[in-house]
Each structure stands twice: as C-alpha cells, then as structure tokens.
Design a protein around this ligand. Structure first.
Ligand code: TTP
Ligand code: MG
Length: 357
C-alpha cells in the first residue's frame, strides 16, 4: 500500500528580477541603487535592486516618491523581451526536475516535486540545484521556499531573500505559521490587515485562538480559508493548465563549435530528450518548431517555422538557416524549441463550469 506522505512543493522566485537582469547586462549598474520603470512625472517603478530597497524604495512606487527617498536612484527602462527570454530559460530549468509546474509570473513558479527521484528525492537539494542552474546558466539569483503546500512555500521563499532558501518541513509548519504576521498572507491587503488588527488579530496564532464563526463576522467568506491558512493547511493542487506555450531544450557547449556539421550532431543528441519531455505533456498541439543558436559573442538568433510535429528534417533545415548567421563566430549554445497552440480558453472555461456543477 502506498504510504500517505506530505507533498513537497517548491516556490521559486527570482531576486529583484528586472533590476537583476539590468545589473547583469550593464555592469555600471551593479553597485548603485537602481530601479526599472519610467522616469516621467507620473510613472511608477516596476521594481528596484536591494541597494535601493535600503532607502525604502519599492515596486509600484511612483518614481517621484522613489527619487525623494533616494535622490541618487538611477531609473532605467525595462526590456521586456529580455525578461521573457530569461523566463523561458528558467522554466526550461524547472522542467528538468518535474513536470508539475505552475508558473505565476515571469519570475516565479510553484513546482511539485513530491514524486521526483532526483537529488535522492530531497526537495531541499532540488531547490538548491535549480538555483545553482539558474546562477550558472543565467548569472542571476533566485530564492526558494520548500514546504508541504503552496501557501507555506510561497511565504517561505521570501524569508531568506535574496539568494537564499527556506525549508519548512511538515513538523515545523505549526511553529512557522504561529509567528507569521497576517500581513504576509496572500489576500490580506493593508485594509483587511488594519481591520483584523482592530479586532486584536495580528498573527496566525491570534487567528488559531479564534473560530471560523467569529472570523466570518470580520472577513466574511474569507474566514474559512484564513482559519485554515493560520493552521498551515492548504490543499490546493498546482494549476498546470496555464502551463506551456512552448517546450525548449538547449545545451551550452563545453567548447565553442565552428561548423554546421557539429551543430547538426548536437541536434541528434537533443532531439531524443525533447521527445521524452514531449511525451509527458498532454493536450498540447504543436504549431511551431524552432532552432536557437547563441554565438560566442553572446548574441543569439532563433529561426522558427510552422510545424505540426517535432521533425528532425525540419530542425536540420532550420539549423542550416540559423548557422548562416554565424559569420565566422563560434556557437556556444544550441537549442530546440516547439511552440504549442494556445489552449482554447472557451473550452477551459467550460471544463471549470462543469467541475463546479
Ligand atoms: P516580484 O517577484 O514581486 O519582485 P522582484 O523579483 O523584483 O523582487 P523580489 O526579490 O522581492 O522577488 O516581481 C517580479 C517582477 O515583476 C519584477 O522584477 C518587476 C515586475 N513587477 C512589476 O512590474 N510591477 C510590480 O508592481 C511588481 C510587484 C513586480
Ligand atoms: Mg521576484
């Protein structure tokens, strides 16, 4: 009989994501307070680096206020295309460790690694390894929370930011939630927090000492969920339906290569791996195939074409086109990509309605 064991959920979140990418790509930004956003009179910041946070600068803050708090703050415009590319790469890294992934935004995702046998089945080691992969391949840092459910994992990933991780094992859940400020619970904004405080509730321990009936009079329908969260309970599965508009597999070569033939040999190696990953993805219709090459000057190129299957001939033909752009440069990375049809939102909606019924 299969023993009932706690789930192992990892929440991964990149550190000061947009700002970190800018600091990586422009060394002159590395040791100064930096924010990403518009600098016009009415613009708000997307995010800022940790140096700027020391001055009280925060995401979603008007640029004017940020400048008042930190006059030497440098504000740069975002480069969404680059952030999206990094996002695809981190998702590819996640997919090496599990197929149960729920991306929440470009820079964060939940991973269910309960059944993963990698790293001796240790979620702590998997999280470490993922963060190391991100650092080695992208020169960016991420933080992680490891816990038996999504709620605790998400809060835990914030505990040791930046570049840290926090494990809340099942036996530590009670201790972890008891001291938790209600401010940190997703869904509790400043207004609700104030209201709860006015009734004497500041931490989860306060909620645990109360009852759903009493809480209902304060927060209405949210009471049951709040009571459960305060007990560290969250039975939500990962929502993998928003997953995957594409599948990519790529390899950074130990040494640069300088011929089309060598690149074709890499396709031979990568394609079987791509097929294995593809077999695990259900309900996704292929609409595109692509090849990505990164050259030794770190510029990269992609060539794509419409396609209904992962065909070697097509990858080879795309590679020939992509390699024409090498112009004598060495190739340091070869990647294969597949694009999937957008899931039919109307169908997904119907499924949800049926589930509700
Ligand atoms: P977050 O993960 O919330 O923030 P962060 O990665 O910048 O910093 P932290 O180290 O605390 O995780 O958001 C990820 C990116 O989303 C962020 O870099 C920029 C963007 N973003 C906005 O554009 N507006 C916002 O209000 C927030 C919160 C984020
Ligand atoms: Mg982040």
């Amino acid at each position: 009989m299969k023993q009932l064991t706690a789930k192992k959920i990892i929440h991964i979140d990149m550190d000061c994501f947009y700002a970190a990418v800018e600091m990586r790509d422009f060394p002159e930004y590395q040791n100064i307070p930096l924010a990403v956003g518009g600098d016009g009179p009415r613009s708000v910041l997307s995010t800022c680096n940790y140096q700027a946070r020391k001055f009280g600068v925060r995401s979603a803050m008007p640029a004017i206020k940020a400048k008042q708090l930190c006059p030497e703050l440098t504000i740069v415009h975002g480069r969404m295309a680059v952030y999206k590319e990094v996002s695809i790469h981190i998702r590819e890294i996640f997919s090496r460790y599990t197929d149960i992934i729920e991306p929440l935004s470009l820079d964060e995702a939940y991973l269910d690694v309960t059944d993963s046998e990698l790293c001796q089945g240790s979620a702590t080691l998997i999280a470490k390894q993922i963060r190391a992969d991100i650092f080695n391949e992208l020169n960016l840092t991420a933080s992680a929370g490891i816990a038996p459910n999504k709620f605790i994992a998400k809060i835990a990933s914030d505990e040791n930011k930046p570049n840290g991780q926090c494990v809340v094992s099942p036996d530590k859940v009670t201790f972890f939630v008891e001291q938790l400020s209600l401010k940190k619970i997703p869904g509790i904004g400043p207004k609700t927090f104030q209201k709860l405080q006015s009734f004497g509730f500041s931490t989860c321990a306060d909620i645990r000492a109360s009852s759903i009936a009493k809480l209902t009079t304060i927060v209405g329908k949210f009471a049951t969920s709040l009571y459960q969260k305060a007990h560290g309970i969250d039975n939500r599965e990962l929502d993998v339906s928003r997953q995957r508009k594409s599948l990519a597999i790529e390899t950074t070569l130990a040494a640069d290569i300088y011929s089309e033939t060598e690149c074709l040999a890499i396709i031979d190696k990568l394609l079987p791996k791509l097929v294995v990953r593809l077999e695990k993805i259900k309900d996704r219709k292929i609409v595109k195939q692509g090849i990505k090459l990164k050259f030794n000057d770190f510029n990269q190129t992609t060539v794509e074409q419409q396609s209904l299957a992962a065909q070697q001939d097509t990858f080879n033909a795309l590679l020939t086109k992509a390699y024409e752009r090498a112009n004598g440069r060495g190739v340091r990375l070869v990647g294969l990509t597949l694009g999937f049809a957008e899931p039919n939102v109307a169908d997904e909606f119907k499924t949800k309605q049926l589930t509700l019924l």
